[in-house]
Design a protein around this ligand. Structure first.
Ligand SMILES: Cc1cc2nc3c(=O)[nH]c(=O)nc-3n(C[C@H](O)[C@H](O)[C@H](O)COP(=O)(O)O)c2cc1C
Length: 338
């Protein structure tokens, strides 16, 4: 994926303009970025959202991420654990994370895997979820919704009927966050999930990594003409990340704002919209693939930029930043006035 253009075509976070406060009336050194997310205390409102695992090189990437997340005090998730729990593939590429005291860890399973996709196809049930969580000593299970991606994969899973009820069954047994993977979550889907005891959302909206794009290239490489075409057509499909955040915050559950978060100002914008934390994946992938120092530096820069935005809006705490005035412009504004 590194080296290929897989970004959405429009930067929706630039539509959120925080208002400059010429007289901040706080000292930069006083600024407190700490927050509680799902009963865990983070030094900064950042989640490295699930990316990798299931192949040998992923161990190093997850190790870099987990070490840096521990050092900086932010949350992290791993990539889909399907291969590890259903086929026993490369469990050590995930379990490296268990060796670090990351303040909040998310296990990861895809919604298509919790229902039968065909005769004899293995299904992730409560036992497999328990194993996925134990592998990284997870606090919370992230269930990802990725039906756009499945539609661009030549071998993609096309069955979705019954996912909601299965998510509800798992949410009655485990603390569950439901996340998208770059196409956003609407209010009505979130209400259905809230009614089934899901504890939090990660919107992962449009405007960052496009999984239609990622799978478009794979389909081209495989000579899958139809899926390559669908990937191009649906490159920017989905709900813009800031719009999804504004739709979900009134439901009263914690919202992780992700999809296109690329710097600390974007993190501040997400908090101002009411998110509890911001999630980032593609923006830390290069650093995580390079080394621990690079990963830690990138996270520290995100936190520093967040603090600059807090200073310039006169926000000493994230609670105050949540009250900071902003102007919504561009396409995001048009979405909300539909
Ligand atoms: C290389 C890569 C692999 C990913 N794999 C997963 C995954 O296995 N499970 C998952 O829930 N999300 C996965 N994601 C999605 C991210 O968690 C995130 O929702 C999405 O990339 C949008 O955030 P971004 O714009 O910051 O990249 C992956 C993202 C990337 C970049």
């Amino acid at each position: 994926m590194l080296g290929r253009d897989v970004e959405g075509r429009y930067r929706y976070w630039n539509d959120v303009q925080l208002i400059h406060r010429a007289l901040p009336e706080i000292d930069f050194s006083e600024i407190d970025t700490s927050v509680s997310l799902l009963d865990h205390r983070l030094a900064a409102p950042i989640v490295i959202t699930g990316m990798t695992g299931g192949f040998p090189d992923a161990a190093k990437i997850n190790d870099n991420l987990a070490r840096a997340a521990t050092e900086v005090g932010v949350a992290m998730g791993v990539g889909s654990e399907r291969a590890a729990v259903l086929k026993g593939q490369y469990p050590e590429s995930y379990s490296v994370v268990a060796q670090h005291a990351v303040p909040l860890k998310f296990a990861n399973i895809g919604a298509p895997q919790i229902i039968p996709q065909g005769p004899g196809e293995p299904v992730v049930g409560a036992d497999e979820v328990r194993a996925a969580m134990a592998l990284i000593h997870a606090d919370v299970l992230a269930i990802h919704l990725n039906f756009l991606q499945e539609m661009v994969q030549p071998e993609g899973d096309r069955r979705a009927r019954g996912c909601l009820e299965r998510i509800g069954a798992l949410a009655s047994e485990f603390p569950v966050l439901v996340k998208e993977t770059g196409a956003g979550i609407s209010r009505s889907v979130a209400e259905d999930l809230r009614d089934r005891k899901v504890r939090a959302f990660d919107v992962s909206g449009t405007g960052g990594t496009s999984f239609a794009a990622v799978e478009h290239y794979r389909a081209v490489d495989q000579g899958a003409e139809r899926e390559a075409r669908v990937g191009k057509t649906f490159w920017d499909w989905g709900i813009p990340s800031p719009v999804s955040v504004l739709e979900l915050v009134p439901l009263g559950l914690p919202v992780v704002a992700s999809g296109g978060i690329r710097n600390g100002l974007d993190v501040a914008r997400a908090i101002a919209l009411g998110a509890t934390a911001a999630g980032i994946a593609g923006g830390v992938l290069r650093a995580a693939s390079t080394g621990y120092e690079e990963t830690r530096r990138e996270l520290e820069l995100l936190v520093y930029e967040l603090k600059v935005a807090m200073f310039l809006t006169g926000s000493g705490t994230l609670e105050e930043l949540r009250q900071a005035p902003y102007v919504l412009t561009g396409e995001s504004r048009q979405w909300l006035h539909r």
